[in-house]
Design a protein around this ligand. Structure first.
Ligand SMILES: N[C@@H](CCC(=O)N[C@@H](CS)C(=O)NCC(=O)O)C(=O)O
Length: 233
């Protein structure tokens, strides 16, 4: 298990993707410094941030004590979780079979639950016109994904072996089930997992980071202009 003398720089805004990293760092007890990236005001397009995260999305980190003792910057929440998990040996098993199990569910979140829940939020809560086809498409897909999670959790407490980065990746999205038009009582195993996750002090601390910065995107027209309908620059 690596030790960290200089804090990890966390480029962050309090959203489900940002929380993945604040929760992990809280769980692993790693020192870190939060650098708010106000995505509603366009901080993600600043050249200094794009140098770290060329996709103009947070989270991103800079580890001043990266491989070979040299700094390393990383974007994409899944890649960050894997890096931190390898470095600190917490919540990411070293055994290959166990690790692959975690990775399946990590990528299931990054490629499935996150984007689909994100589109659901968009079309249900933010889109200027309510398009029933789009709303139904994404609400149904999230419903399907929650069903997959619910079945997976029927005979286990966590998605892949012990509590892992796969669970951390999912919590910020799954706790927003109401905004995704879902009824959690249809998914009792998922509900039990949610309660288990939300009872963890480090999860609670991670979710509290930057809580005072959060605004309501549904009413923040300026932020909507920055965030919606981006094209190549
Ligand atoms: N695949 C990325 C997604 C990150 C992402 O979508 N971040 C959003 C906030 S949740 C963001 O930074 N948005 C800024 C923008 O849309 O310009 C990851 O997992 O890190």
């Amino acid at each position: 298990m690596a030790t960290q003398s200089k804090p990890i720089d966390l480029y962050f805004w309090p959203t489900p993707n940002g929380w993945k990293i604040s929760i992990y760092l809280e769980e692993a007890g790693v020192p870190y410094q939060v650098h708010p990236v106000n995505i509603g005001k366009g901080d993600q397009f600043k050249p200094e941030f794009l140098a770290i995260s060329p996709n103009n999305r947070m989270p991103a980190i800079v580890d001043p004590e990266g491989p070979g003792g040299q700094p390393i910057s990383i974007f994409e929440s899944g890649a960050i979780l894997q890096y931190l998990g390898r470095k600190f040996g917490a919540l990411y098993p070293a055994d290959e079979r166990e690790r692959v199990d975690v990775e399946q569910w990590l990528f299931w979140q990054v490629g499935g639950l996150g984007p689909m829940a994100g589109q659901t939020h968009h079309f249900r809560n933010y889109a200027p016109e309510k398009i029933p086809y789009a709303i139904d498409r994404y609400v149904n897909e999230v419903h399907r994904l929650y069903g997959v999670m619910n079945k997976r959790l029927a005979d286990r407490d966590y998605l892949a072996g012990d509590y892992s980065i796969a669970d951390i990746a999912c919590i910020g999205w799954a706790k927003g089930w109401e905004k995704q038009g879902q009824d959690i009582s249809e998914f009792p195993n998922l509900k039990a997992w949610l309660d288990r996750m939300l009872a963890k002090p480090a999860v609670q601390r991670g979710l509290e980071i930057g809580a005072d910065l959060r605004t309501d995107l549904a009413t923040d027209k300026d932020a909507q202009k920055v965030l919606f309908n981006q094209r190549a620059r």
